[in-house]
Design a protein around this ligand. Sequence first.
Ligand code: ADP
Ligand code: ADP
Length: 233
Amino acid sequence: KYVIEIENIEKNYQVGTQVVRALRGVTTKIERGDYVAIMGPSGSGKSTLMNIIGALDTPSAGTYILNNHNVSQLTDDHLAEIRNREIGFVFQTFNLLHQYSALENVMLPLVYGGVPKAERIEKAKEALSKVGLEDRMTHKPNELSGGQRQRVAVARALINNPSIILADEPTGNLDSKTSIDIMRLFNEIHSGGNTIILVTHEEDIAQHAHRILRFRDGEIERDERNADITAMV
Ligand code: ADP
Ligand code: ADP
């Protein structure tokens, strides 16, 4: 039932002689297929939590169970493997490789997974069609609009069929109309059964989610469930 189980997670950063307590005992569970927004002021621990959920970093204390695997204290190699298999990342700045076409960008995660080339192309085409870019496959990022670039990034995030899509301010670099298009795309992906966790500063973006975790000073200050999610888009 739960894709994520987090129990009393703490994260400390040592800065010189000072210890920064970025997360001060965070406990939560996220159901498979849920759609969660993480909000909170700058410095409240959102990125730190996303890095732990995304298996980019490990907590100083507490346990993190992802898909029934305890990933709290794995080695970097193990984390990388879990990350490639279980997590799809979407970033504010798209993080596409500019010298590669949309199709090649989307194929990349499969290269690391050792999938044969013909199959990589087939899957990447499928993913690009899913995000409405079937006629832009050979375009490079600088030949695409911001919204189209983010669609390529979403297709890349979906390609390995991850357990969770993690999106860090996915509309942060988009105008409001394009943001709405991208949020529609997230809604579709969520309707298809994917679990989505996104960080946003914008209340109207967060309202697309079904649940909002509000952070303050390294703790979950409020955990809200959106009752009325029918007329959001
Ligand atoms: P948010 O994403 O909500 O802005 P962060 O998770 O980035 O917050 O930061 C939480 C706290 O941890 C802040 O006080 C920040 O300065 C500190 N912090 C984050 N990353 C590091 C790091 N790599 N080294 C030292 N301190 C850090
Ligand atoms: P910010 O929101 O602070 O500007 P980013 O959204 O670029 O930062 O990155 C958020 C986190 O994800 C950072 O800790 C960064 O190291 C990590 N990251 C960035 N790019 C990738 C990537 N391609 N694969 C995995 N992790 C990444």
